[in-house]
Design a protein around this ligand. Structure first.
Ligand SMILES: [Zn+2]
Ligand SMILES: [Zn+2]
Length: 86
């Protein structure tokens, strides 16, 4: 049994997520893991649950948000989903 560090639920199927710096976090659900660990888009403040994009060390939920904030570098970012073939 392990206790979720977000909601405190002691759950037999709790799981661990290990970060790049070696820290380990325990959650009872993906929802709680997202609450604690998902990066937040610097343009629209939504939690980034999918791949998102990173430009100059800043995280965005999609190419549109990266373009809105990052100017020239952001303009090079393209979402694969929803991209209309040329
Ligand atoms: Zn939880
Ligand atoms: Zn966004």
């Amino acid at each position: 049994m392990a206790t979720c560090e977000v909601c405190g639920n002691d759950y037999w199927m709790a799981f661990e997520v290990r970060t790049v710096n070696g820290a380990t976090h325990t959650f009872d659900s993906f929802e709680c893991a997202i609450q604690k660990m998902a990066p937040i888009c610097e343009h629209c403040q939504t939690k980034i649950v999918g791949h998102g994009v990173e430009v100059s060390g800043r995280f965005f939920c999609c190419a549109h948000c990266a373009r809105a904030v990052e100017g020239a570098q952001g303009a090079e970012v393209r979402d694969a989903v929803g991209a209309r073939p040329a």
